[in-house]
Design a protein around this ligand. Sequence first.
Ligand code: SAH
Length: 457
Amino acid sequence: MDYLPIFCQLKNRACLLVGGGEVAERKARLLLQAGANLTVSAKTFTEPFKHWQQSMQVTLVEGEFNETLLDEQWLVIAATNDHQLNQQINQACEKRQLFCNVVDSPACASFIMPSIIDRSPLIVAVSSGGRAPVLSRLLREKLEAILPQHLGKLATYAGYLRARVKQFYHSMTERRRFWEKLFVHDRLAQALANNDAEQVDKLTQDLFAEPTDKRGEVVLVGAGPGDPSLLTLKGLQQIQQADIVVYDRLVSSEIMALVRRDAELIFVGKQPGYHCVPQAQINQILLEQAQKGKRVVRLKGGDPFIFGRGGEELETLHHANIPFSVVPGITSASGCSAYSGIPLSHRDYANSIRLITGHLKNGNELNWQSIASEQQTLVFYMGLSQAENIQKQLMAHGMDKNMPVAIIQQGTSTKQKVFTGTLQELTELAKLAHSPSLMIIGEVVQLRDKLNWFTGI
Ligand code: SAH
């Protein structure tokens, strides 16, 4: 992080603006909106400055800039059209450890001004640290469009209700749930926008009267295969509302960065071959946290119901009568197929697709005869360590040794690697790859020659 975003309380605090032209005018407007006690130093001033002086909003000091003006200031903005003077002001501020913004060379100054979306008291500030101002502006326009005007009123109203909510609900969880309901309450937002006090009161009473469910809940969320933008919108909502997120190795750090800041994170990372935290213990963690009334998100790579043992985790909850729900994710078969340019089905090559685990529960065996049959695409999850056996069995059951195969490692991520070859080379290919990797076996693999589009970043 190049800059720390902070919101400054400038009400009645002395601030100095040096410059009396149009650029300075824009800065002055912002400082005045924030209630600063503003002094402006310049040789000449545009009209608005004179009006502000008449209405006693600013103090104008006409003439050369003088360092004594810096005395007692909280914040300084150098906005003259004289580059050297701006630098001189900046250096003087630096010596006095005074925050200074310089309009023509923000990079050397001690603070920069972000793009602002103002729904006071809600304020969104966007900055690219001076590197891509056009990007910040575009983002600001987008945010302007999606943040309704009434948000300010809603935030003000929330401020007014705060003490009452604190008194009414004893636990943090209950309070947060109340707020979450309030902020997505369309009719309440409408009533506030219309200044319909009676309706606002009624809807608020109804909200307080709704019984709070003291039981926690568990939401099983699929995080997708790697690329963080493949997380679903619903998945994102869930991780931003969670009290606790229980996650494992396959969930990317970019997705973990989207989790609500205050949520407790519990890593139950499963490594291939052994489990850091045994499944029974994971089931127990989910159960205990939900019984404490927490909103638990169990976040898993890919889709939770595809080789994710999601079903087993939910069964425990079902027995304990804990409410749960499931948010699907893009399974690695879909993700790897798309990002490696290998369609899993194709009318010429495959009319069925089999998702197969290479990691079987002790004693179980696969039906190799049916797996090796024609016109299908085979996708092996957790198959790397079984490559030799898979190759041997498929060939023994009649699959052509020249059948195309692909191993996709860390599919959909910027580190994706794809190894292709034929069935007789599968064992050797698997030695090149490491976990997590997916194997695709079938005629469709040859389409990659034409359809490969993803080159990583
Ligand atoms: N629920 C997950 C699968 C979990 S089993 C899903 O729907 O994708 C773990 C196996 O998934 C790994 O051994 C590997 O075969 C596969 N896998 C998961 N993420 C992957 C990725 N980004 N690239 C390739 N394979 C992946």
